[in-house]
Design a protein around this ligand. Structure first.
Ligand code: PMP
Length: 336
């Protein structure tokens, strides 16, 4: 089958059985290979859907400019969709994100605005800066991936049903972290609609407020994380009301350890959020009966983090161990 252009090549990603992990656990852990999207991440889906919707509503027109504040992957996806369709893109990125992603954005021809990393409550936060740039730019469309629910709708319409079909409905749990929450909420909605017994769980990094929100209704962050693209201290429209049964938490050390373990033991080169997701999936799998199937998201590739979690100096600076055993990675711990 021929895919029509960049947008036509988004989605329908493979579902990969993590063989070494699954045989070690006696449970199947499957990763949805979102890093194989044409823009290299799970955010290609949201970018395509949001731009399609903006065009359909007439709020993005010929010669227009796509504006967004992003940790990187949404911007990368938007820059490529913009190129495909003849729009300009202005991408606002906080300066704590990997240089690798910022350089990719520049290479793609996006107008990149790097801003200081400050809390959401500060008006200089990348989210507010992007909104103001859009307001001040003629023909601009502000994507607003956090509140624009086309994000979650497309995961409900594509990612979730793909997982259901690829597993033949044999799926016991779905586990993922949340940035905007679009992926987790959309997939959870799609799976629960097909079989409400499927367990849905958030695996949150430290520093995010959602772990406490899901478990006891309180938006309370604890600790800190350097992982990119995940964790949030507020409730977004994309996450709100999602059918999430429970939340667990994993540390950066576990996520980084798992990213290296997946590279060395499974031959899969993935970013830190994928590492965290697999820690979450494996943790849930261990609690389920033998032979259960748990699905998670492999969000993006490790090449975006060559200056971070795959850099020896960075690992040493942050005291991360790149050669942990599976038992060490999955050992429960309190970190904050
Ligand atoms: N991992 C990475 C690397 C990301 O960039 C994102 C998007 N922010 C996510 C995970 C989370 O996806 P979502 O926004 O759908 O929650």
């Amino acid at each position: 089958m021929v895919a029509i252009g960049f947008s036509g090549a988004v989605g329908n990603t493979p579902l990969i059985e993590l063989r070494t992990l699954s045989s070690a656990l006696g449970r199947r852990v499957l990763g949805k290979a979102e890093f194989l999207n044409p823009g290299g991440s799970v955010k290609d889906r949201a970018a395509r859907a949001i731009v399609d919707d903006a065009e359909a509503r007439g709020v993005l027109q010929h010669g227009g400019t796509i504006v967004e504040g992003t940790a990187g992957n949404t911007g990368i996806a938007l820059a490529l969709v913009a190129n495909e369709r003849g729009y300009r893109s202005i991408i606002v990125v906080p300066d704590d994100q990997s240089q690798d992603k910022i350089e990719l954005l520049r290479a793609y021809g996006s107008d990149v605005r790097v801003v200081p990393s400050v809390p959401f409550t500060n008006s200089e936060n990348y989210y507010h800066v992007a909104r103001r740039i859009a307001e001040a730019t003629a023909g601009a469309f502000w994507v607003n991936q956090f509140e624009n629910t086309e994000n979650r709708r497309t995961h409900e319409a594509t990612t979730g049903p793909e997982v259901w079909e690829q597993t033949g409905g044999r799926i016991d749990a779905f586990v993922a972290a949340a940035g905007t929450g679009g992926t987790l909420a959309g997939v959870a909605l799609a799976l629960k609609a097909r079989d409400e017994r499927i367990l849905t769980a958030l695996c949150d990094p430290y520093g995010s407020a959602l772990y406490n929100y899901v478990n006891n209704g309180e938006l309370k962050p604890e600790g800190d994380s350097d992982l990119e693209g995940i964790g949030i201290k507020r409730l977004t429209a994309n996450f709100e009301g999602a059918p999430i049964d429970r939340a667990l938490r994993a540390s950066d050390g576990q996520a980084v350890g798992m990213a290296h373990w997946l590279l060395e033991r499974e031959g899969l080169f993935l970013g830190g959020s994928s590492g965290l997701n697999v820690v979450g999936a494996a943790t849930v799998a261990k609690e389920l009966p033998e032979g259960s199937t748990v699905v998670t998201i492999l969000c993006d590739g490790g090449g975006r983090y060559l200056s971070r979690i795959f850099n020896e100096a960075w690992l040493a600076l942050n005291n991360f161990n790149r050669s942990l055993t599976l038992e060490e990675i999955l050992a429960p711990r309190q970190v904050f």
